[in-house]
Design a protein. Sequence first.
Length: 137
Amino acid sequence: MTVKPSALFVCVHNAGRSQMAAGYLRHLSGGAVEVRSAGSMPADQINPVAVEAMLEDGIDIREESPKVLTAEAVEASDVVITMGCGDVCPYFPGKRYEDWKLEDPAGQGIDSVRPIRDEIKGRILTLLEELGVQPVA
């Protein structure tokens, strides 16, 4: 029996970048990867422009909500990908960490969020390859 790889996406508010990354990984892995996202200081709601940008690419993240980052979520994940949360992200030895330097979509219009979305999608495709998971078309 093979164990499903798991990934955790972390940003400060869990309202934009981490939600878009989680949406892409859920969609493109076809359920072959366990996906979590969280924030060190979660916002009240997901960034509506991030939702709009994802809908343009056929992915609906409207039902998601920002979640607080817990040590349990980090411990339960094989890969922890941070996006601008710096030192507030807990560190566990033996975990694979990546820090994706991405512009924050907060307060930006759709024309500024699309390139961020597209960069996230490219990074997710690379992550899938690294995890040995074939992307779903």
